[in-house]
Design a protein around this ligand. Structure first.
Ligand SMILES: Cc1cc2nc3c(=O)[nH]c(=O)nc-3n(C[C@H](O)[C@H](O)[C@H](O)COP(=O)(O)O)c2cc1C
Length: 224
């Protein structure tokens, strides 16, 4: 089948678009508003952008009143946000934090999770989550669209990383099967990471291999 989004109908009972690019990692983002009220919401239009230094982004549509979502607003206003790893064990809390509620509601309380202080930024981390990034707002790219479809692509630099010791393997990797991150599929579907396989780019280029790992020090050594 073929269709042109916004011009011709796909003719399917459910919109297929979000189901084509899957899975989406989830950015479970905490912020503070100017009065210090904590906000927490999942953003599956989320990615890391680069690693040296690390940057991440999340893309916030407009809310159902056509206004900027609180997470994007707070990140811009205060210059800070925190990314929390969304895991299978935390899936119900992640979902609760997606409710559209007024800005004066503390969404840590709504989700039923505990605040852990951050070290370099003011927004708290989700204590129950095994990995968190403290981020400083960099810029917003606003892409035009419909009332809800207009999107604020918010990027930030990762200035501090927390990893719980009990999700590190003896050889110093993150045990992703133990963490069991969740990710969005299309429709109302989710997946979680339950298997891993390894592949390396063919050839002996050490800088290429280090780039795949995201190891800035080894890239510099290989190119020296
Ligand atoms: C798993 C999941 C992923 C979501 N991803 C996005 C997203 O990428 N962009 C977006 O605008 N809303 C997304 N939402 C909806 C927001 O979480 C929801 O609008 C929330 O109320 C926004 O809160 P805020 O206004 O406090 O930022 C998602 C919801 C769920 C459950």
């Amino acid at each position: 089948m073929f269709y042109e989004p916004g011009r011709t109908d796909h003719g399917l009972p459910y919109d297929p678009f979000k189901s084509c690019v899957v899975p989406h990692p989830i950015g479970w983002i905490s912020t503070l508003d100017r009065d210090g009220i904590a906000n927490l919401a999942p953003y599956s239009q989320f990615q890391n952008l680069t690693f040296d230094p690390p940057y991440v982004m999340f893309a916030a549509n407009q809310n159902t009143s056509g206004r900027r979502k609180d997470t994007a607003h707070n990140a811009e206003q205060t210059g800070e946000f925190v990314w929390n790893m969304a895991t299978y064990d935390l899936r119900e809390a992640v979902n609760r934090s997606a409710q559209e509620v007024p800005p004066d509601v503390d969404e840590f309380e709504l989700a039923g999770v505990t605040k852990a202080p951050s070290r370099l930024v003011r927004p708290p981390r989700v204590a129950e989550s095994p990995i968190q990034f403290e981020c400083r707002f960099y810029t917003t790219l606003r892409l035009p669209g419909s009332m809800v479809g207009t999107v604020d692509v918010v990027s930030g630099r990762v200035v501090a990383i927390h990893i719980a010791d009990d999700v590190l393997t003896p050889d110093g990797r993150i045990d992703v099967l133990k963490v069991r991150p969740i990710a969005r599929l299309g429709y109302y579907d989710y997946t979680s990471i339950e298997s891993v396989f390894e592949m390396r780019i063919p050839g002996n280029n050490k800088a290429v291999a280090a780039g795949l790992e995201g190891n800035a020090k080894q890239i510099a050594e290989a190119l020296d």
